[in-house]
Write a protein that binds this ligand. Structure first.
Ligand SMILES: Cc1ncc(COP(=O)(O)O)c(C=O)c1O
Length: 391
C-alpha cells in the first residue's frame, strides 16, 4: 500500500480551472469557444517592457537571488506608488515581494494563523484562499457577501462568527468572483472591527488598477496605526500582463514582515529576479500603458452590461466590475456546475460555476470577461439565450 498523504491537502478539491478546461468539447456548429474561465489579460506585456526584460536577461546579475524581501529598488518604488495612490504613509521596509499574489497570500496567512485557528472569509470567495487555509488546518468561517440584489458585506456578520481563535478577516476588492468594489467606508468599518479584536485585516487588491475613478480605493494607509491592523496583498500579474513572471507583494507592519521573511526564505528564497525587474519597469515607465488598459477593460465591462440586456435573456447580472461579472442563472433546480458544463459542451461558452466559490452559490456563474473583446459580448449573450431554449 502506498504512503499516506496530508489529510488536510487531500480534503481540498482539485484546482477548479483545470477541471473546467476538461468541459471544452468541439463545437457541432464549428464555432469558436468564448473563454470566460480564467482571469488572464488578453494582450501581451507592453513592447517596452519586453525589450527591457530582453536587455536585463543579458546582465549576469539577473541570474542571481535577490534579498529575501525583494529588490530594494522595487520595494521602494512600490512603497512610493502605494503612498501616492492611497495618500498614505508606506515605507520600503513595509514591503515584501513574493512570487505572485497567491504566494503572498499563502505566506501572509501562514505567518498569521496556525492549525486550529480560524479566519473570516466572505462567500463567494477566491477559491485559492479557501483552499490554502483548509490545507493549513485553518478553519474558514464564511459570511455572506451577496444579498438579495447584489453584493453587501456586513462587519456585524463577521463579528458574530468570531471567537478567540479568529486571527484575520480576508477581503478581496475589487472582488473575484463578483467584480464588486467595496466602498472605502466598508473597508474602514472592517478595519475598526479588526483593530478592536486585535486581528489582521487582509485585503487582496490584485485588481485595484482596474477600478473606475481617481479616488483612492480606501484610506487605510492614512491611519497612523495601519501597521498594527492592515495587510495589503497586490499582484503585478494583471496590471502589467505578467502572469507568468510571478510577482506580487505584501505590505504590512514590521512584526509581520519579519515572520513572513522566514517563510519566504524556505519556500522561494526570493521572487524571480527577472519578474521583479519587469515589475519595477512597469511601475517606473508604464503609467500611460496601464491607463490605456484600464480604459480597455472598462469598455469591455460597458459592452458586457449592454449585452446582458438582450431581450428574453433570463440570466441576470448581479454584480460586475474590474475583471469579472457575477450572473444568476435561470435554472432553479440545476446545480451550477451542471449549468456551466452544458454551456461549455453545448454552447461553447466556458465560465465557472458559483459553487466553485463557496457555499450558497449554486445559482451563480462567474464570467471572467476581461479575456474577451467587446465585439464578442453580443455573441456571448446570444449563447446564454440559446441555452435557455435548449433545455
Ligand atoms: C483575487 C486574486 N488574488 C490573487 C490572484 C493571483 O495573482 P498572482 O498571479 O499574482 O499570483 C488572482 C488571480 O486570478 C486573483 O484573482
Amino acid at each position: 500500500m502506498a504512503y499516506q498523504v496530508n489529510a488536510y491537502v487531500h480534503a481540498v478539491e482539485a484546482p477548479p480551472i483545470s477541471e473546467a478546461m476538461t468541459w471544452i468539447s468541439p463545437s457541432p456548429q464549428n464555432r469558436a469557444l468564448i473563454n470566460l474561465c480564467q482571469a488572464v489579460p488578453s494582450y501581451p506585456p507592453a513592447p517596452a517592457l519586453q525589450d527591457h526584460v530582453a536587455r536585463m536577461a543579458q546582465q549576469p546579475e539577473t541570474s542571481l537571488y535577490t534579498d529575501i524581501s525583494g529588490l530594494p529598488e522595487l520595494r521602494s518604488a512600490l512603497a512610493g506608488h502605494m503612498a501616492q495612490a492611497y495618500g498614505g504613509s508606506v515605507d520600503a521596509r513595509d514591503v515584501i515581494v513574493a512570487a505572485g499574489c497567491n504566494q503572498a497570500f499563502c505566506v501572509a496567512m501562514m505567518a498569521l494563523a496556525k492549525p486550529g485557528d480560524n479566519v473570516i472569509v466572505p462567500s463567494p470567495y477566491y477559491f485559492n484562499h479557501q483552499m490554502w487555509l483548509t490545507m493549513q488546518g485553518i478553519e474558514v468561517r464564511s459570511i455572506p457577501a451577496i444579498g438579495m440584489d447584489g453584493p453587501s458585506l456586513d462587519p456585524a456578520a463577521a463579528a458574530d462568527v468570531m471567537d478567540d481563535r479568529t486571527r484575520a478577516i480576508v477581503l478581496v476588492s475589487p472582488n473575484n468572483p463578483t467584480g464588486a468594489v467595496l466602498p472605502s467606508e466598508t473597508l474602514e468599518s472592517f478595519f475598526d472591527l479588526a483593530r478592536t479584536r486585535r486581528i489582521a485585516l487582509v485585503i487582496d487588491e490584485t485588481y485595484k488598477d482596474f477600478r473606475d475613478g481617481r479616488d483612492p480605493p480606501h484610506r487605510l494607509f492614512q491611519k497612523a496605526d495601519w501597521r498594527d491592523v492592515f495587510v495589503q496583498l497586490y499582484s503585478f500579474s494583471k496590471v502589467y500582463a505578467l502572469t507568468g513572471y510571478r510577482v506580487g507583494s505584501i505590505i504590512a507592519g514590521p512584526h509581520l514582515i519579519g515572520e513572513i521573511e522566514k517563510i519566504m526564505d524556505c519556500v522561494a528564497i526570493c521572487a524571480p529576479r527577472i519578474g521583479q525587474l519587469a515589475a519595477l519597469f512597469g511601475l517606473e515607465a508604464l503609467g500611460e500603458w496601464k491607463e490605456e488598459k484600464r480604459r480597455l477593460m472598462a469598455s469591455r465591462l460597458t459592452a458586457l452590461r449592454a449585452a446582458m440586456t438582450l431581450p428574453g435573456l433570463t440570466y441576470g447580472l448581479v454584480s460586475a466590475g474590474a475583471y469579472f461579472a457575477y450572473v444568476r442563472h435561470p435554472f432553479e433546480h440545476t446545480p451550477g456546475k451542471e449549468v456551466a458544463r452544458r454551456l461549455a459542451r453545448e454552447h461553447n461558452l466556458l465560465c465557472l460555476p458559483g459553487s466553485m466559490f463557496g457555499p450558497g452559490q449554486e445559482r451563480y456563474l462567474r464570467l471572467a470577461f476581461a479575456n474577451v473583446d467587446s465585439d464578442l459580448m453580443p455573441d456571448m449573450a446570444s449563447r446564454l439565450l440559446e441555452s435557455q431554449s435548449a433545455r
